[in-house]
Design a protein around this ligand. Structure first.
Ligand SMILES: Nc1ccn([C@@H]2O[C@H](COP(=O)(O)OP(=O)(O)OP(=O)(O)O)[C@@H](O)[C@H]2O)c(=O)n1
Ligand SMILES: C[C@](O)(CO)[C@H](O)COP(=O)(O)O
Length: 255
Protein backbone atom coordinates (compact mmCIF):
# COMPACT_ATOMS: atom_id res chain seq x y z
CA UNK A 1 0.00 0.00 0.00
CA UNK A 2 1.27 3.51 -0.85
CA UNK A 3 1.96 5.51 2.30
CA UNK A 4 0.40 8.98 2.35
CA UNK A 5 2.63 11.91 3.22
CA UNK A 6 1.29 14.40 5.70
CA UNK A 7 -0.24 17.30 3.74
CA UNK A 8 0.09 19.40 6.92
CA UNK A 9 3.79 18.54 7.32
CA UNK A 10 6.26 21.40 6.88
CA UNK A 11 9.36 19.54 5.69
CA UNK A 12 10.77 18.57 2.30
CA UNK A 13 13.34 15.76 2.33
CA UNK A 14 15.95 15.50 -0.42
CA UNK A 15 17.30 11.98 -0.86
CA UNK A 16 20.59 11.75 -2.74
CA UNK A 17 20.50 8.20 -4.16
CA UNK A 18 22.60 8.51 -7.32
CA UNK A 19 25.88 7.09 -6.03
CA UNK A 20 27.61 4.13 -7.65
CA UNK A 21 28.40 2.32 -4.41
CA UNK A 22 31.97 1.56 -5.43
CA UNK A 23 33.02 0.70 -1.89
CA UNK A 24 30.19 -1.84 -1.63
CA UNK A 25 31.68 -3.70 -4.59
CA UNK A 26 30.15 -4.80 -7.89
CA UNK A 27 26.37 -5.00 -8.17
CA UNK A 28 24.91 -1.78 -9.58
CA UNK A 29 23.96 1.55 -7.98
CA UNK A 30 23.99 1.26 -4.19
CA UNK A 31 20.50 2.64 -3.59
CA UNK A 32 19.09 -0.20 -5.69
CA UNK A 33 21.07 -2.96 -4.00
CA UNK A 34 18.95 -5.34 -1.97
CA UNK A 35 18.67 -5.56 1.80
CA UNK A 36 16.37 -8.37 2.93
CA UNK A 37 14.97 -8.55 -0.61
CA UNK A 38 14.20 -4.85 -1.06
CA UNK A 39 16.32 -2.00 -2.44
CA UNK A 40 18.04 0.21 0.15
CA UNK A 41 16.11 3.16 -1.29
CA UNK A 42 12.78 1.48 -0.49
CA UNK A 43 13.84 0.95 3.13
CA UNK A 44 14.89 4.61 3.37
CA UNK A 45 11.73 6.04 1.76
CA UNK A 46 9.42 3.90 3.90
CA UNK A 47 10.99 5.31 7.07
CA UNK A 48 10.86 8.89 5.76
CA UNK A 49 7.20 8.50 4.83
CA UNK A 50 6.48 7.39 8.41
CA UNK A 51 7.75 10.69 9.84
CA UNK A 52 4.77 13.01 10.47
CA UNK A 53 6.68 16.21 9.57
CA UNK A 54 7.43 15.08 6.02
CA UNK A 55 5.25 16.66 3.34
CA UNK A 56 7.46 16.21 0.28
CA UNK A 57 10.18 13.72 -0.72
CA UNK A 58 12.51 14.37 -3.66
CA UNK A 59 14.86 11.58 -4.74
CA UNK A 60 17.98 12.15 -6.87
CA UNK A 61 18.29 8.85 -8.74
CA UNK A 62 21.10 7.51 -10.90
CA UNK A 63 20.35 9.33 -14.20
CA UNK A 64 19.82 6.21 -16.35
CA UNK A 65 17.49 4.74 -13.69
CA UNK A 66 15.24 7.76 -13.19
CA UNK A 67 12.12 6.20 -14.70
CA UNK A 68 12.78 2.82 -13.06
CA UNK A 69 13.12 4.52 -9.66
CA UNK A 70 9.85 6.39 -10.23
CA UNK A 71 8.11 3.05 -10.86
CA UNK A 72 9.88 1.37 -7.94
CA UNK A 73 8.75 4.01 -5.45
CA UNK A 74 5.22 4.64 -6.74
CA UNK A 75 3.73 1.85 -4.56
CA UNK A 76 5.76 2.97 -1.50
CA UNK A 77 5.07 6.71 -1.20
CA UNK A 78 4.39 9.77 -3.38
CA UNK A 79 7.86 11.04 -4.35
CA UNK A 80 9.35 13.31 -6.98
CA UNK A 81 12.31 11.76 -8.78
CA UNK A 82 15.01 13.83 -10.51
CA UNK A 83 18.20 12.72 -12.22
CA UNK A 84 21.21 12.87 -9.87
CA UNK A 85 24.61 14.29 -10.73
CA UNK A 86 28.20 13.07 -10.87
CA UNK A 87 28.86 14.08 -7.24
CA UNK A 88 26.64 13.91 -4.17
CA UNK A 89 26.64 17.71 -3.93
CA UNK A 90 25.29 18.03 -7.47
CA UNK A 91 22.60 15.43 -6.76
CA UNK A 92 21.48 17.44 -3.73
CA UNK A 93 21.48 20.69 -5.72
CA UNK A 94 19.27 19.14 -8.40
CA UNK A 95 16.79 17.86 -5.82
CA UNK A 96 16.82 21.21 -4.01
CA UNK A 97 15.76 22.94 -7.22
CA UNK A 98 12.58 20.84 -7.21
CA UNK A 99 11.39 21.83 -3.69
CA UNK A 100 7.95 23.49 -3.83
CA UNK A 101 8.05 27.22 -3.00
CA UNK A 102 5.89 26.98 0.14
CA UNK A 103 8.19 24.64 2.12
CA UNK A 104 10.61 26.35 4.50
CA UNK A 105 12.40 23.41 6.13
CA UNK A 106 14.58 21.11 4.03
CA UNK A 107 16.28 17.92 5.20
CA UNK A 108 18.97 16.15 3.19
CA UNK A 109 19.12 12.41 3.79
CA UNK A 110 21.36 9.74 2.21
CA UNK A 111 19.55 6.76 0.71
CA UNK A 112 22.55 4.83 2.01
CA UNK A 113 21.38 5.47 5.61
CA UNK A 114 18.46 3.18 4.86
CA UNK A 115 17.55 2.21 8.45
CA UNK A 116 17.35 5.72 9.89
CA UNK A 117 14.41 5.76 12.31
CA UNK A 118 11.54 8.24 11.78
CA UNK A 119 12.24 9.59 15.28
CA UNK A 120 15.61 10.94 14.14
CA UNK A 121 13.97 12.63 11.15
CA UNK A 122 11.51 14.23 13.57
CA UNK A 123 14.17 15.38 16.02
CA UNK A 124 16.23 17.10 13.29
CA UNK A 125 13.11 18.75 11.85
CA UNK A 126 12.06 19.90 15.34
CA UNK A 127 15.46 21.49 15.96
CA UNK A 128 15.22 23.50 12.72
CA UNK A 129 11.62 24.44 13.53
CA UNK A 130 12.74 25.70 16.94
CA UNK A 131 14.95 28.30 15.25
CA UNK A 132 18.29 26.69 14.35
CA UNK A 133 19.21 27.41 10.71
CA UNK A 134 21.26 24.23 10.32
CA UNK A 135 21.15 20.98 12.32
CA UNK A 136 23.15 17.75 12.08
CA UNK A 137 22.80 14.43 13.93
CA UNK A 138 26.08 13.26 15.44
CA UNK A 139 27.59 10.41 17.42
CA UNK A 140 30.67 10.45 19.62
CA UNK A 141 33.89 9.04 18.18
CA UNK A 142 34.69 5.79 19.99
CA UNK A 143 38.16 4.99 18.62
CA UNK A 144 41.41 6.78 19.30
CA UNK A 145 42.11 8.90 16.21
CA UNK A 146 45.62 9.43 14.80
CA UNK A 147 46.75 11.88 12.14
CA UNK A 148 49.16 10.16 9.76
CA UNK A 149 51.49 10.92 6.89
CA UNK A 150 53.28 8.68 4.36
CA UNK A 151 56.57 7.37 5.74
CA UNK A 152 58.43 8.15 2.51
CA UNK A 153 57.72 11.85 2.68
CA UNK A 154 57.42 12.86 6.34
CA UNK A 155 56.08 16.32 6.91
CA UNK A 156 58.66 18.57 8.57
CA UNK A 157 57.68 19.91 11.98
CA UNK A 158 55.19 22.72 11.70
CA UNK A 159 54.30 21.93 8.10
CA UNK A 160 50.92 20.43 7.20
CA UNK A 161 51.14 16.74 6.29
CA UNK A 162 50.41 15.87 2.65
CA UNK A 163 46.92 14.47 2.08
CA UNK A 164 46.69 10.86 3.19
CA UNK A 165 44.87 8.17 1.23
CA UNK A 166 41.65 6.96 2.87
CA UNK A 167 43.31 3.72 4.04
CA UNK A 168 46.87 2.44 4.31
CA UNK A 169 47.58 -0.16 1.65
CA UNK A 170 50.20 -2.94 1.44
CA UNK A 171 53.58 -1.41 0.64
CA UNK A 172 52.49 2.05 1.77
CA UNK A 173 53.78 2.68 5.26
CA UNK A 174 52.22 5.47 7.24
CA UNK A 175 53.71 7.22 10.23
CA UNK A 176 51.76 8.82 13.04
CA UNK A 177 51.97 12.60 13.14
CA UNK A 178 49.91 12.92 16.29
CA UNK A 179 46.85 11.93 18.28
CA UNK A 180 43.72 14.02 17.81
CA UNK A 181 41.64 14.90 20.88
CA UNK A 182 38.53 12.83 20.18
CA UNK A 183 36.53 14.63 22.87
CA UNK A 184 36.02 17.47 20.37
CA UNK A 185 35.23 15.19 17.40
CA UNK A 186 31.85 13.93 16.22
CA UNK A 187 30.85 11.40 13.61
CA UNK A 188 28.23 13.06 11.39
CA UNK A 189 25.08 11.46 9.97
CA UNK A 190 22.03 12.45 7.97
CA UNK A 191 19.30 13.69 7.86
CA UNK A 192 20.83 17.14 8.02
CA UNK A 193 18.20 19.84 8.44
CA UNK A 194 18.21 23.43 7.20
CA UNK A 195 16.12 26.49 6.87
CA UNK A 196 15.45 26.44 3.16
CA UNK A 197 16.95 29.88 2.44
CA UNK A 198 20.15 28.92 4.26
CA UNK A 199 20.59 25.71 2.24
CA UNK A 200 19.77 27.44 -1.06
CA UNK A 201 22.31 30.21 -0.36
CA UNK A 202 24.97 27.69 0.71
CA UNK A 203 24.59 25.66 -2.50
CA UNK A 204 24.45 28.79 -4.66
CA UNK A 205 27.71 30.02 -3.12
CA UNK A 206 29.54 26.66 -3.23
CA UNK A 207 33.07 27.08 -4.58
CA UNK A 208 34.16 23.45 -4.41
CA UNK A 209 33.04 20.02 -3.29
CA UNK A 210 32.42 19.14 0.34
CA UNK A 211 31.21 15.81 1.71
CA UNK A 212 28.09 17.06 3.48
CA UNK A 213 25.62 19.93 3.15
CA UNK A 214 26.43 21.31 6.59
CA UNK A 215 29.98 21.78 5.25
CA UNK A 216 28.64 24.28 2.71
CA UNK A 217 26.65 26.10 5.39
CA UNK A 218 29.74 26.25 7.64
CA UNK A 219 31.73 27.79 4.79
CA UNK A 220 28.98 30.37 4.35
CA UNK A 221 29.46 31.31 8.00
CA UNK A 222 26.18 30.07 9.52
CA UNK A 223 26.04 28.19 12.84
CA UNK A 224 25.46 24.44 12.62
CA UNK A 225 23.92 22.82 15.69
CA UNK A 226 24.30 19.15 16.70
CA UNK A 227 21.59 16.80 17.96
CA UNK A 228 22.11 13.19 19.08
CA UNK A 229 22.31 10.77 16.15
CA UNK A 230 21.33 7.10 16.02
CA UNK A 231 23.37 3.93 15.57
CA UNK A 232 20.59 2.79 13.24
CA UNK A 233 21.39 5.66 10.88
CA UNK A 234 24.68 4.04 9.88
CA UNK A 235 25.76 4.66 6.30
CA UNK A 236 25.83 1.42 4.35
CA UNK A 237 29.18 1.90 2.65
CA UNK A 238 31.13 -1.38 2.68
CA UNK A 239 30.02 -5.04 2.48
CA UNK A 240 30.34 -5.36 6.27
CA UNK A 241 27.72 -2.62 6.70
CA UNK A 242 25.23 -4.57 4.61
CA UNK A 243 25.65 -7.60 6.88
CA UNK A 244 25.21 -5.38 9.93
CA UNK A 245 22.10 -3.74 8.44
CA UNK A 246 20.57 -7.16 7.73
CA UNK A 247 21.11 -8.11 11.39
CA UNK A 248 19.69 -4.79 12.60
CA UNK A 249 16.42 -5.50 10.79
CA UNK A 250 15.83 -8.25 13.33
CA UNK A 251 16.50 -6.38 16.57
CA UNK A 252 13.28 -5.56 18.40
CA UNK A 253 14.04 -1.83 18.81
CA UNK A 254 14.73 -1.23 15.08
CA UNK A 255 11.91 0.48 13.15
N1 LIG B 1 26.91 11.34 -7.44
C1 LIG B 1 26.33 10.95 -6.29
C2 LIG B 1 27.08 10.29 -5.27
C3 LIG B 1 26.44 9.90 -4.10
N2 LIG B 1 25.12 10.15 -3.95
C4 LIG B 1 24.42 9.67 -2.76
O1 LIG B 1 24.98 10.23 -1.60
C5 LIG B 1 24.79 9.35 -0.49
C6 LIG B 1 26.10 9.18 0.29
O2 LIG B 1 27.10 8.70 -0.58
P1 LIG B 1 27.88 7.33 -0.35
O3 LIG B 1 27.26 6.54 0.71
O4 LIG B 1 29.30 7.67 -0.24
O5 LIG B 1 27.50 6.57 -1.70
P2 LIG B 1 28.32 6.28 -3.02
O6 LIG B 1 28.87 7.55 -3.59
O7 LIG B 1 27.39 5.51 -3.85
O8 LIG B 1 29.49 5.34 -2.48
P3 LIG B 1 30.92 5.08 -3.12
O9 LIG B 1 31.74 6.32 -2.78
O10 LIG B 1 31.38 3.86 -2.43
O11 LIG B 1 30.75 4.91 -4.61
C7 LIG B 1 24.30 8.01 -1.07
O12 LIG B 1 22.93 7.83 -0.75
C8 LIG B 1 24.54 8.15 -2.55
O13 LIG B 1 23.59 7.47 -3.37
C9 LIG B 1 24.39 10.79 -4.95
O14 LIG B 1 23.19 11.01 -4.82
N3 LIG B 1 25.03 11.21 -6.10
C1 LIG C 1 26.75 13.25 4.25
C2 LIG C 1 27.45 12.13 4.97
O1 LIG C 1 26.55 11.02 5.11
C3 LIG C 1 27.79 12.60 6.37
O2 LIG C 1 28.44 11.59 7.07
C4 LIG C 1 28.66 11.63 4.23
O3 LIG C 1 29.67 12.59 4.23
C5 LIG C 1 28.35 11.21 2.78
O4 LIG C 1 29.25 10.24 2.37
P1 LIG C 1 30.46 10.44 1.38
O5 LIG C 1 31.10 9.09 1.28
O6 LIG C 1 31.37 11.44 2.01
O7 LIG C 1 29.85 10.92 0.10
Amino acid sequence: MTAKLNARGDVAVLVPAAGAGLRLGPGGPKALRLLAGEPLLVHAIRRLAAAPSVRVIIVAAPAPETEAVRELLAPIAPVTVVAGGRERQESVARALAAVPPDVDIVLVHDAARALTPPQLIESVAAAVRSGHPAVIPVLPVVDTIKEVHPAAAPAPAGVAAPPAAEMPSPGRVEVVAGTVDRAVLRSVQTPQGFRRDVLVAAHAGADGLVTDDAGLVEKAGAAVVCVPGSELALKITRPFDLVLAEALLHVPWAP
